[in-house]
Design a protein around this ligand. Structure first.
Ligand code: CO
Length: 668
């Protein structure tokens, strides 16, 4: 490392004379992508970025990250926003500062490796729509997955930033697999591939300050291109690691505007600006201009997102991340999904199982999509395995990983798991060793054919090709073929403020809980009344007969001011489904029962999205045959038939959302 990068401190009057630093530290702002992805499940809307976009452009950031990662998915899936349009819109406001996107190499912005033709088209369209810097990573650090996208990035005249995913198997950097030599080798490989810069991508905030120092020193010595550090704050170390990396001569650092900083996001920019003020690495950024942006964010934007912030914990750091190595985005997803499955109490078991699953799967780094692959397989193991059998429900993606479709893992996958995963696997039972995309058939043409008549341009077609189910749904909203559901519409600042007021009142004890009025069916003439005595209380109970099965139509305390609240609520006239299906959770869909069709129901073991049914009504199936593909937590799950029989009734269609316990079909 040259003397140029060494930290020097000079005394001066900062307000009057702030000379340009000899070697200013460059900053990339992540507020508009990783910031809200980490803190608010990527729910930030373009309309909430516009009010600060021009100010951000004036700051002098090296780049702003505006796209990629989960933005492509969440915009169209949850926000009714065209992801391409976000890029074009922001480009109208941010004209000087380059745009960076997070590209998952051959995974693009999805969760699997796509075919070369689609990867090429995607990168080219991203460049044309406004991406200047392609921060490219592969979840396995297998750079064969860069071979298709890099030449296109170069052809478009754009900046190729090659990432090394930072991960560990030990409490600190080192050990057999992810030691300093591993990272140096990867950096040399990237430089050879033509990387313009190299990014150490510390997605879980694992890099310890002294390891950051040692690593950056080694990389500066090994390669001549600039080094960029991306470190999440999750464990609480990132601010310290930044400083040590700066001392070691790092060229570029990632930060967020303070309202989008810390927790599972990144250190804030403002303290760093002050820390380096007057040194030879002074960022030159204007702290007052940053403060103005923050004020707009705090007052006009953040209230709309406050409800998404995980405020269940006092601590803003998670020391467990040092043990279970779970990146921020994955962590909030995992918690949300467990909550939806009423299994939040299993989080401890999930943390315990996670390192075992990771080891079985070749000690892969945990970053999208591998974080989801390992995370969901872990959840499946915790929910469905027993003492006799592990890996009872293997996701499609784990099968693909075992087959080699994601690339080469750092250490070999547990052969037992591979054997079980690949039993009857459609591509074959022997894993491949070549570049994964070599075995993928071109897929863009086929997608274009399928979406003909709905897609208007190539960007629509690519959206559909990457996300067939949700992409098609979005295109139907976009072109007015279907009404946009209310829950996709933006929350107004007024709504948010009203909620906040209500919350304040509740905290002050000024709100009284309103009892929900029970809707009871209308009473009819042949109602029989019973008197029921429970201890001291006396209830009058009306019972009405419908088609044989008696229905309790009301229960009410008869004695005035009975102290006990009756708990029995009117129940729909259905026999309980054999598999304890919580029918009451989703009253809209009439729960199917064994009695009305003579079969037994296959229920959703997890909440999710129906990808497609592999059978149709009337088909004969054998126990274990694939019935339906369910996407849960962005992973595909194959749901097999639980019994031999005929498919009597199919309850949903591709694109439908289902809750845990919903009946997917009847087999009888
Ligand atoms: Co990140």
């Amino acid at each position: 490392m040259s003397d140029h990068n060494k930290l020097k401190i000079t005394k001066m009057n900062y307000d009057k004379d702030r000379p340009k630093a000899e070697n200013p530290l460059k900053i990339m702002d992540l507020t508009l992508r990783d910031g809200h992805q980490s803190l608010f499940a990527t729910r930030g809307r373009t309309e909430d970025m516009i009010p600060v976009a021009e100010q951000i452009d004036e700051i002098g950031f090296w780049a702003v990250e505006t796209w990629g990662g989960a933005t492509f998915d969440t915009t169209h899936r949850y926000l009714n926003e065209d992801p391409w349009e976000r890029l074009r819109t922001l480009k109208r406001y941010i004209k000087k500062t380059p745009f960076s996107m997070l590209l998952r190499a051959q995974n693009l912005v999805g969760y699997r490796n796509y075919a070369d033709d689609l990867a090429e088209a995607f990168v080219e369209r991203a460049a044309i729509n406004g991406v200047d810097i392609f921060r490219t990573f592969d979840a396995l650090n297998d750079y064969r997955n860069f071979e298709t996208v890099v030449p296109i990035i170069k052809k478009c005249g754009k900046h190729f930033q090659g990432c090394i995913c930072y991960t560990m198997t030990e409490p600190r950097m080192g050990g057999e697999v992810y030691n300093i030599q591993y990272y140096v080798n990867k950096a040399k490989h990237l430089e050879k591939m033509g990387a313009d810069t190299i990014c150490i991508k510390d997605m879980a905030g694992l890099i310890a300050p002294y390891d950051a120092y040692e690593l950056i020193k080694a990389l500066k010595k090994a390669v001549s291109i600039p080094i960029h550090l991306h470190s999440h704050f999750t464990s609480g170390m990132a601010s310290m690691s930044h400083l040590k990396a700066i001392e070691a001569g790092v060229d570029i650092i990632d930060t967020c505007m303070s309202p989008y900083a810390y927790r599972t996001s990144h250190p804030a920019v403002e303290p760093l600006v002050m820390t380096l003020l007057g040194t030879n690495r002074d960022t030159g950024l204007n702290i007052k201009a940053l403060a103005e942006i923050n004020e707009t964010l705090e007052k006009d934007i953040m209230p709309k997102y406050r409800h998404l912030l995980d405020d269940t914990k006092m601590s803003i750091i998670d020391i467990n991340v040092l043990l279970h190595q779970t990146p921020g985005g994955m962590l909030s997803n995992l918690i949300n999904q467990l909550r939806e499955m009423d299994a939040l109490d299993k989080i401890g078991e999930v943390y315990k199982e996670l390192p075992r699953v990771r080891k079985d799967l070749g000690q892969i780094p945990l970053v999208t999509p591998t974080s989801q692959i390992v995370g969901i397989q872990t959840v499946n193991n915790v929910l469905f395995d027993d003492d006799k059998e592990r890996y009872k429900m293997i996701t499609g993606q784990v099968k693909d990983l075992c087959y080699g479709l994601y690339g080469k893992t750092a250490v070999p996958i547990n052969p037992e798991v591979t054997k079980k995963a690949l039993k009857g696997y459609e591509r074959g039972e022997v894993p491949i060793t070549i570049r994964p995309a070599e075995v993928l058939e071109p897929e863009l043409k086929k997608a274009q054919e399928e979406i003909k008549g709905l897609a208007v341009d190539i960007d629509d077609e690519i959206l559909y090709a990457i996300f067939p189910v949700t992409g098609k749904k979005f295109l139907r909203y976009k072109y007015g073929k279907e009404k946009v559901p209310n829950d996709m519409l933006p929350k107004t600042l007024e709504d948010a403020q009203a909620e906040l007021e209500l919350l304040k009142k509740a905290k002050a004890g000024l709100l009284v809980e309103k009892k929900e009025a029970q809707e009871s069916p209308e009473e009819c003439e042949n109602l029989r009344e019973f008197k029921v005595f429970v201890d001291e209380d006396y209830f009058k109970v009306g019972v009405e007969e419908i088609g044989g099965a008696p229905v309790v139509s009301y229960v009410q305390p008869a004695a005035p001011a009975a102290p006990a609240t009756p708990t029995a609520a009117p129940q729909p006239a259905s026999a309980p489904a054999p598999a304890a299906a919580p029918a009451a959770e989703k009253p809209a869909a009439a729960p199917a029962t064994a009695s009305d069709s003579g079969g037994s129901p296959l229920t959703a073991p997890l909440p999710g999205l129906i990808i497609d049914y592999k059978v149709k009504e009337g088909d004969s199936v054998k126990k274990g045959d694939t019935i339906v593909m369910l996407e849960a937590m962005k992973m595909e799950n194959t749901l097999p038939a639980h019994a031999d029989g005929v498919v009597k009734e199919i309850k949903y269609k591709s694109g439908d959302n289902v809750a845990k316990g919903d009946v997917l079909c009847i087999i009888g």
